[in-house]
Design a protein. Structure first.
Length: 411
């Protein structure tokens, strides 16, 4: 059942009376006001939920900081030294399930819905009047759905595929009402995205599992590393971070701040060092300390910057010298708000590096969350996480049905 239809129906006249055109316009306007009110309420709730700087996890005192600052390659003595601080253990409640340790029980669904409010508004606004005002499926309805999918950045090819599937069903008379058409669209969209529903699994045979995080400037790589690190650490894995972005000023400090906040060690060198060297040393250190997961940050780059793409290939080659199976994951972080460009980036990064998983960030604050359909339809890559906000729990493992429920207002 679609929430926007249910809400709209409440406003409808008694079922035996055909709504007049005037009533429909009025109802649509009211429905729009209701939707806007809903989104505003969600935004207010969100603002209230956002942690103030004082609510963030307190930083550990410097003396107990697990951050490992390195000055040259290879400098592993300090790391390997028996007297170096032990790996911090996850602050977990004994017996608690992993999800309980990281995520509050309530509000997860609400936060996903509120994060995706803009895309949902674009996809569903006005559809209620169009669907409930008709007995038959007609071209106008199909065209309207097509336009909405395109505006949500589902992309021309993927939209055409979805609309073609619906049109075939209509021709075969499998669908006998506009509501059935919408329901069929919902199921097609879930099926399309289910291919990408492959959560990140920590591979126990890899010690450590090396996750190389790549993407363009500002996509959310470092933040996502911090959030994934927090999640995996909370699940009881020994996590280490590698400050492989030696290019951008303050990049190392940004990762170290995350390391301190989450309570995991960061292997870093002075900025300007060779990125491949830092990540190589970090892998050695992580092995020596028995880490389960090493998350390696890298500097942002465009796929068109050939030299910088070569640098990432070098990182891969250097890692493979220590462990032929490393990196075990090449995680591409994509900013959803750039829409179709994200598909372009994914295609090129995948060609160059063999991407094995995606993190799609900033789905909040954009009406273009439809890009997930285009990327999955074209590349079929696993979407490990989606980012729907700035809080750690706003980086969520991707679930196709949950996602489509939120963008189509389906319950
Ligand atoms: N609203 C929102 N903001 C996000 C999300 N993910 C990351 N951000 C913000 O995006 C900004 C850039 O994030 P970074 O993690 O520094 O991006 P980066 O890819 O490491 O950037 P460079 O290191 O400069 O290449 C920060 O302000 C993050 O808080 C998200 O899912 N939603
Ligand atoms: Mg960064």
């Amino acid at each position: 059942m679609f929430g926007f239809l249910r809400r709209f129906r409440k406003e409808q006249p008694a079922p035996h009376t055909e709504p007049t055109a005037e009533a429909l316009v009025k109802d649509e306007a009211e429905s729009r006001i209701e939707l806007e009110a809903e989104i505003n309420a969600e935004e207010v709730q969100r603002e209230n939920e956002l942690p103030t700087p004082f609510e963030l996890a307190p930083l550990q005192p410097a003396a107990q900081s697990p951050v490992v600052e390195k000055s040259a390659t290879p400098v592993l003595d300090a790391v390997l030294d028996e007297s170096s601080p032990p790996m911090p253990q996850p602050a977990t409640r004994p017996g608690a399930k992993p999800e309980e340790q990281i995520e509050p029980k309530q509000g997860l669904w609400a936060s996903l819905r509120s994060g995706l409010a803009r895309t949902r508004q674009g996809l569903t606004e006005g559809l209620a009047s169009l669907v409930l005002g008709k007995k038959q499926i007609d071209d106008e309805l199909l065209e309207d759905i097509e336009t909405r999918l395109l505006l949500a950045d589902v992309g021309i090819d993927t939209t055409r595929t979805l609309i073609n599937e619906l049109t075939q069903k209509v021709k075969r008379k499998d669908l006998n009402s506009p509501e059935a058409l919408l329901e069929a669209l919902y199921h097609h969209m879930v099926r399309l995205l289910e291919v990408a529903e492959q959560p990140l699994q920590v591979r126990s045979e890899a010690k450590p599992m090396v996750i190389l995080v790549v993407g363009i400037n500002g996509a959310g790589k470092t933040t996502s590393i911090g959030k994934i690190g927090q999640r995996l650490h909370g699940e009881g894995h020994k996590v280490m971070l590698a400050a492989g972005d030696t290019f951008r000023a303050a990049a190392v400090e940004q990762l170290q701040t995350w390391g301190e906040r989450v309570g995991v060690p960061v292997i870093a060198q002075a900025s300007g060092a060779d990125s491949a060297g830092v990540i190589f040393d970090a892998l050695q250190a992580a092995r020596a300390r028995g880490a389960d997961v090493l998350l390696a940050d890298t500097a942002g780059r465009l796929h068109t910057q050939g030299g910088l793409m070569e640098e990432l290939k070098k990182v891969k080659r250097v890692l493979a010298k220590l462990d032929p199976s490393a990196p075990h994951e090449v995680l591409l972080v994509l900013d959803a708000s750039i829409g179709q460009n994200a598909l372009n980036q994914a295609t090129h990064f995948h060609e160059a590096l063999g991407v094995t998983g995606l993190v799609v960030t900033k789905l909040d604050g954009t009406a273009k969350a439809g890009i997930l359909f285009a990327i999955t339809h074209k590349l079929g890559l696993p979407i490990r996480y989606i980012g729907v906000g700035e809080r750690a729990e706003d980086l969520r493992p991707f679930n196709a049905r949950e996602f489509v429920n939120a963008v189509l207002d389906h319950e």
